[in-house]
Design a protein around this ligand. Structure first.
Ligand SMILES: Cc1cc2nc3c(=O)[nH]c(=O)nc-3n(C[C@H](O)[C@H](O)[C@H](O)COP(=O)(O)OP(=O)(O)OC[C@H]3O[C@@H](n4cnc5c(N)ncnc54)[C@H](O)[C@@H]3O)c2cc1C
Length: 388
């Protein structure tokens, strides 16, 4: 099928970032087409699953500061659509009290006046029962952090986009892109034209960017999403106000381990390791590395006495990592009407509304609402391959 309609903008990829970008464009009265290779909803990218953590606790001021507006945009979407997408649980941050990483979290939160409670070894178990705080670890709680209902959020933002007149075409894989003042996008089912293009293809970013002569230093990892069974149902339940948590480093690893209270699967707590095995997104399930699960088992046995240290359910998801774990939000160096968002490095969901706003602003040629220097591709210097 070839479309005679010329869109203001085409967005490739209906994950959280593409869906919010399309929604922002439609809110600005732009005629927008959102293309997705799989039938929606699907579980083959990075945005599926029932929950994600939302938090202001970060090591960098710029992320903490962006979250101010982001919380407001999430609740605006909730009001517009009449749905609940966020549940406050708090986020417990733990880590060696004098380590760089733990102190970065603590200091960033203090500097930015993020509401928090600092726990001591003496009062820890009174506030957080059934968790063992390691000797020498500090603990604090980001009070307004919580859970985002991810699948519901995606459905909601896509629904609001359609209500605003936006068009979604799923099961249409983009196979070619021809740049120009009017960009031509070919899919498995048709050819479309638009004044501008936004690429938000998640783990497939470099496959799409290859069509326009660009390659970013991205690594795709498969993450084993593990759920652990409570010995006594309800011990770590969201209804009992058990918080989300993040361990900056511990006995098992110097990388993050994080978790969410039992919620989506009653009696099961989600706990994951922030590192996975490298994979190709088209062959995700060929990656069978389970070394992360061993690390998690040892962590669960040491710190969560109320859980059986053997995962009851293991699901799959993918991270797309940049070398510095910061996002990529930029325009193509040669074609200013082609914009991309990529490399969300396993922490991009909560930022969906702001990423959508920023990519919308970039694609309209406006000055972005935030300092974009941490997100520009020029930071990779010789690491970006351009075939132009
Ligand atoms: C296990 C796990 C836990 C996480 N936890 C958190 C958390 O607690 N908090 C948080 O903020 N973030 C978290 N994240 C990160 C967050 O989920 C991701 O950063 C975010 O979902 C990335 O969204 P995306 O839109 O970039 O990618 P995706 O969701 O992968 O979307 C890209 C879309 O593009 C489509 N596409 C690709 N190629 C084509 C093509 N050729 N034609 C058409 N369509 C195409 C894909 O099919 C896909 O639907 C987590 C991620 C994982 C995997």
């Amino acid at each position: 099928m070839s479309s005679e309609v010329e869109y203001d903008c085409i967005v490739i990829g209906a994950g959280v970032q593409g869906s919010f970008t399309a929604y922002q464009l439609a809110k600005r009265n732009k005629k927008t087409l959102l293309l997705e290779q799989f039938v929606l909803p699907h579980t083959r990218g990075s945005s599926h699953g029932q929950t994600r953590i939302i938090r202001k606790a970060y090591e960098q001021d710029f992320y903490t500061q962006m979250m101010d507006e982001c919380y407001k945009l999430w609740s605006q979407l909730e009001r517009e659509a009449g749905v609940t997408l966020y549940r406050q649980t708090g986020l417990l941050v733990m880590g060696p009290e004098h380590s760089d990483s733990y102190l970065l979290y603590k200091n960033t939160m203090e500097r930015n006046n993020v509401p928090m409670v600092i726990l001591t070894p003496e009062n820890f178990s009174q506030h957080i029962p059934n968790v063992i705080l390691a000797e020498g670890d500090g603990a604090l709680v980001d009070i307004n952090a919580g859970v985002l209902y991810a699948d519901r959020a995606l459905k909601t933002v896509q629904g609001q986009f359609q209500k605003l007149g936006g068009v979604i075409r799923d099961k249409e894989k983009v196979t070619d892109i021809t740049p120009g003042p009017v960009v031509t996008v070919s899919t498995s089912a048709g050819v479309y034209r638009a004044k501008s293009l936004v690429i938000t293809a998640g783990p497939w970013a470099n496959k799409l960017l290859a069509h326009i002569g660009l390659q970013l230093p991205l690594e795709v990892e498969k993450i084993n999403v593990c759920y652990w069974k409570e010995k006594v149902p309800g011990t770590y339940d969201v209804k009992k106000r058990f918080p989300c948590f993040l361990l900056t480093e511990g006995e098992e690893s110097d990388r993050h381990i994080y978790g969410l209270p039992s919620n989506e699967y009653p009696g099961l707590v989600k706990i994951c390791y922030h590192v996975g095995g490298e994979t190709d997104p088209d062959h995700r399930d060929k990656q069978t590395d389970r070394s992360d699960i061993g690390i998690l088992q040892r962590f669960v046995a040491r710190c969560f006495p109320g859980l059986i240290p053997e995962p009851a359910v293991v699901e799959s998801c993918m991270y797309t990592l940049t070398p510095d774990s910061h996002f990529v939000l930029d325009c193509h160096p040669a074609y200013s009407n082609i914009v991309f968002g990529a490399g969300f490095s396993g922490h991009g969901f909560k930022f969906g509304p702001i990423i959508g706003k920023l990519l919308c602003e970039l694609s309209l040629g406006e000055v972005p609402s935030y300092d974009m220097s941490p997100f520009r591709i020029r930071r990779f210097q010789g690491n970006t391959k351009s075939a132009l």
